[in-house]
Structures are given as structure tokens and as C-alpha cells.
Design a protein around this ligand. Structure first.
Ligand SMILES: NC(=O)c1ccc[n+]([C@@H]2O[C@H](COP(=O)([O-])OP(=O)(O)OC[C@H]3O[C@@H](n4cnc5c(N)ncnc54)[C@H](OP(=O)(O)O)[C@@H]3O)[C@@H](O)[C@H]2O)c1
Length: 234
């Protein structure tokens, strides 16, 4: 590892976010775990080595984002990595795919609020605090389901919101005009979490490979989509 980094993880109280906190803390980094329910975050932090900071953050709530950015400005000052992990599926998983436009506007809006608008607003609020000197990263946890080259059936609102997230990755990475900010999307694979369900192919322990690769090995990838160490199609 090159140097210990200060890493913010959203939705770090369970699933892939909590595993990322465990793994990256074991790698020697300083972790800021955020959780929309502070108590759940504090409880989860007991499983994380070192002394992670825990802070409340609901990424769909502008006031919560503002309060968190103020905390970073006043108490932390400089950050190296933002992992936009918080996300969910609001589609009816059991719905058939032969009526593709059955998804309600409510489900579409909730999906975009969490998986896209939340990422946009939080990233914008935190950009001023990225260390201007060293390497910095925004890593968006996306999904192969948002890939335009693999736009199969089912969970349309989730797919559209993750495709928009991927567009944000490419746009921000291409337009920051900053030599030290790298922006990438990663797909963790199909993982056994509350979201992925018990039949998923991957244990959560195997879901953080791309994150550790980008943060610890610092490849030059920017505006890319990775699964583990491989670049995949958007
Ligand atoms: N599991 C998979 O197979 C898979 C595959 C591809 C991509 N992903 C992506 O990986 C990420 C993590 O998924 P996961 O499987 O770990 O899901 P999970 O176990 O359901 O955990 C989701 C996390 O997001 C948090 N969250 C939900 N709404 C939030 C909000 N408004 N503000 C802040 N946090 C919020 C949850 O907090 P609460 O506990 O408060 O609800 C929880 O900590 C997601 O972006 C997901 O789309 C997962």
C-alpha cells in the first residue's frame, strides 16, 4: 500500500459497504462509515478494525448531506476517497419482463433519488475537500445491470438509475480537468447481501476486489467500469 487514505463509505452499516469498511480498515486506511441510521452505523463499526469514524448520512436528504459536508470541513478537512455505495432496488423483483413499461413513476423516482441524485449531490458537496496534492478517487458502486451493452429484462428502474450513474462516472472523470482525481464505476458481482439475496453467486467477502485494487494499487483507470481488476463494457 502506498499511503493510508481517508475514505468515506456511504451505506456502510451492512452488506458490501460494511465489508468494504472492514477490508479497507484492515489495509490500514482511516474509514469514515456513514449510515442513515446512526445507531446501526455505530453497531456495525464494532466489526471494523482500527477506530473508524461513524456519521449519520441519508443520501436522499439534502440537509443530511449538508450537515455531513460541514462535519468533513470542520472535523476532517481533507479526504482521499469517496465510495458511493448506498443503493437499492425498488422494482418488483417478481414482475414479469413482457410488459416493460409497467414500472410506476414512483418506483422510477425513488430509484433515481437514491442511486443517482444522491450520488450527484453528495459528490458535489464533498469535492472541495478532496486532497489537492495526492491521488484521489470517486468510486461509484454500480451494477452490470446498468450496462448499456447488457440491457436485459427485469428491474428497469434499477437498470436506468445505474446507467445514469455510469454516465455520471464518465462525465465527471472526463471533465474534472484535475490530474489527481480519478472517477470510476465498479460492479461487485452478484453478491449474497440483503439486496443480492441468498442465491447470489458471490460471498460478500469477495465483493471488494475492485475497490481494493483502485485504492491500494492506484491504476491509471479513469472514467472506466471495473469488475475485480478487469475493465468491463459500460
Ligand atoms: N448485492 C449485489 O448483488 C449487488 C450487485 C451489483 C451492485 N450492487 C450495489 O452495491 C451497493 C450495495 O449493495 P448491497 O448488496 O450491500 O445492499 P444492502 O445490503 O441492501 O445495503 C444497502 C446499503 O445502502 C444503505 N442505504 C439505503 N438507502 C439509503 C439512503 N437513503 N441513504 C444512505 N444509505 C442508504 C442501506 O442502509 P439501511 O440499512 O439504513 O437500509 C445499506 O447500508 C448498492 O449500490 C447496490 O446497487 C449490489
Amino acid at each position: 500500500m502506498k499511503k493510508p487514505k481517508t475514505i468515506i463509505i456511504t451505506g456502510a452499516n451492512r452488506g458490501i459497504g460494511l465489508q468494504a469498511a472492514r477490508d479497507l480498515a484492515s489495509d490500514g486506511h482511516m474509514i469514515i462509515m456513514t449510515s442513515r441510521d446512526l445507531k446501526k452505523g455505530v453497531e456495525a463499526s464494532k466489526e471494523v478494525p482500527g477506530e473508524p469514524i461513524v456519521h449519520q448520512l441519508d443520501v436522499t436528504d439534502s440537509k443530511s448531506i449538508k450537515d455531513f459536508a460541514k462535519f468533513i470541513e470542520e472535523d476532517v478537512n481533507r479526504i482521499d476517497v469517496l465510495i458511493n455505495n448506498a443503493g437499492s432496488v425498488f422494482d418488483d423483483m417478481a414482475a414479469t419482463t413482457n410488459q416493460p413499461l409497467d414500472t410506476s413513476m414512483e418506483v422510477l423516482r425513488k430509484s433515481f433519488d437514491l442511486n443517482f441524485f444522491g450520488v450527484y449531490e453528495l459528490t458535489k458537496s464533498l469535492l472541495p475537500f478532496f486532497d489537492p496534492e495526492g491521488r484521489t478517487d470517486v468510486i461509484n458502486i454500480s451494477s452490470g445491470m446498468g450496462s448499456l451493452t447488457d440491457m436485459g429484462g427485469g428491474v428497469p428502474a434499477y437498470r436506468f438509475s445505474k446507467a445514469a450513474l455510469n454516465a455520471f462516472t464518465v462525465y465527471l472523470g472526463n471533465n474534472m480537468n484535475s490530474k489527481n482525481l480519478f472517477v470510476n464505476s465498479v460492479c461487485p458481482g452478484w453478491v449474497r447481501t440483503d439486496l443480492g439475496g441468498p442465491n447470489a453467486s458471490r460471498d460478500v467477502k469477495d465483493s471488494t476486489q475492485a475497490l481494493r485494487y483502485i485504492i491500494n494499487e492506484e491504476p491509471d483507470h479513469n472514467s472506466q467500469f471495473l469488475r475485480d481488476k478487469e475493465i468491463i463494457d459500460f
